[in-house]
Design a protein around this ligand. Structure first.
Ligand code: FES
Ligand SMILES: [Fe+2]
Length: 449
């Protein structure tokens, strides 16, 4: 008997494919897509329960016993490294009486011991021991998979990024990632030693809003001019090169959000039918510029060229795609070694984990820049993300009311260009949101897993 778990059973609900289709128009979306708990339950089953979902990075699981705790669809799971080196994704639930086993977000432990009656499990989920074994009946066996932590059957990695899938017969991970493997490749290829390592510390933030709002905001290049003016204006007043600590990185990052028409016109957005989207970069000044030749960048560029050749290094460093969204839960910025993971908790509650990476073999100063990028933009207390969160929560409050009920995604509709590979548009377009909802509609109306 296998202890692998299959996809969550479809929930009985009075919502059919036609009801879902009725929520999406070419240029508008009904507020129920963000505010209806039944729609959220359906998303958990049909999107987070069927697609490949990012769950961990292998560098978080270096040694046997290393684990992290996260969510997969409606389940809390542990991603573990077993003694044989294999990675497992296990339900964080004791098979004895159902108790939640692990209460921390990560660490190292050779066993998971249930706090209730002390059944003890190995990192592959198998049952190692039970107290007072003679009190169990003769047919009780610790080798019976029914007594093990349940495993997610489908776990695959792409260059260190671990994904899990609850479907019975999922397509290959590579099919799901499609051209977005480029951005994972680019992040890893930036490391002179060919490997990246997630920083030990990360930020976690919960906001009172639907998960889709975060993905949309990451693809919305129209908002920074308005939402982030509170940090753009002081940055404009601050003297240049006043900080000897960060070579003006923080100031340049704040300034970059001060878009004018010229910047809007210079940015291109791309969207794929799978819901993945990305944009061209808009950090073009100072130490953030791609062709920057300050001493740290020059040293790093030389190190990379030494390992992979000048031409290849130029090609790797020349890719500046920003906010690469791998639908439905991962956002990667390879150029600045940043990553965000979107984890839906309820229809109006979302957890965001924000990480940065160390490029193995690169000068330490490159890692310091990645950390500075993380704290400037990704910290819950940052001058940037806190403003974004305020907008997401205001949207959710409005969407929770019966008024409306339609919201508008029409900006740029007449000028988007679509071909077999997907869509491209200027920065002022809401094309990425339309692309995300196109994928959403496809998954939400697909009956079979
Ligand atoms: S519920 Fe875990 S050992 Fe009893
Ligand atoms: Fe923003």
């Amino acid at each position: 008997m296998s202890n692998a778990i299959s996809a969550p059973q479809p929930i009985e609900m009075p919502i059919g494919a036609d009801d879902i289709r009725a929520l999406i128009r070419p240029d508008h979306v009904h507020r129920r897509a963000y505010a209806d708990p039944q729609i959220f339950a359906m998303e958990q089953e049909r999107i987070f329960g069927r697609l490949w979902i990012y769950v961990a990075h292998e560098s978080q699981l270096k040694q046997p016993g290393d684990f992290i705790r996260t969510r997969l669809s409606k389940y809390e799971v542990l991603v573990t490294r077993h003694n044989d080196g294999q990675i497992y994704v296990l339900h964080n639930r004791c098979p004895h009486r159902g108790a939640r086993l692990c209460m921390v977000d990560g660490g190292t432990s050779r066993t998971f011991s249930c706090p209730y009656h002390a059944w003890v499990f190995r990192p592959d989920g198998s049952l190692s021991s039970v107290p007072h074994p003679k009190s169990y009946p003769a047919n009780f066996s610790i080798t019976d998979p029914q007594n093990h932590m349940q495993r997610i059957a489908n776990v695959q990695s792409y260059r260190g990024f671990v994904f899990a899938n609850l479907s019975d017969n999922p397509p290959p991970l590579l099919e799901h990632l499609g051209p977005m493997t480029d951005v994972i490749d680019n992040l890893v290829d930036r490391a002179p030693d060919g490997e990246v390592e997630i920083a030990d510390s990360s930020f976690s933030l919960e906001y009172s809003g639907n998960w889709k709002l975060h993905l949309e905001n990451a693809a919305d290049i129209f908002h920074p001019t308005f939402v982030h003016s509170s940090s753009v204006i002081p940055a404009r007043k601050a003297p240049a090169n006043a900080s000897i600590l960060d070579q003006d990185q923080t100031r340049e990052m704040l300034l970059a959000n001060g878009f004018g028409f010229k910047e809007w016109e210079g940015i291109q957005l791309s969207g794929l039918d799978s819901g993945h989207t990305y944009m061209t970069s808009f950090y073009n000044q100072g130490v953030l510029a791609n062709q920057n030749e300050d001493p740290v960048s020059a040293k790093y560029r030389a190190l990379l060229a030494e390992k992979i050749g000048v031409e290849r290094a130029n090609s790797v460093l020349g890719m500046t795609r920003f906010n690469n969204i791998i639908y439905p839960n991962l956002i990667i910025n390879a150029q600045y070694q940043q990553m965000r993971v979107t984890i839906p908790l309820s229809v109006d509650r979302t957890l965001v984990r924000i990480h940065c990476f160390r490029l193995k073999g690169a000068p330490d100063e490159m890692f310091h820049r990645a950390v500075r990028f993380l704290t400037t933009i990704g910290s819950p207390a940052s001058m940037i993300f806190s403003d974004d969160v305020e907008m997401l929560e205001r949207c959710q409050r409005g969407l929770a009311t019966e008024t409306g009920p339609w919201i508008d995604f029409s900006r740029g509709l007449d000028n988007d260009q679509t071909d077999a590979d997907g869509s491209v548009s200027g920065a002022a377009s809401e094309m990425p949101m339309r692309v995300q909802f196109k994928a959403w509609l496809k998954h939400m109306t697909a009956e079979a897993a």
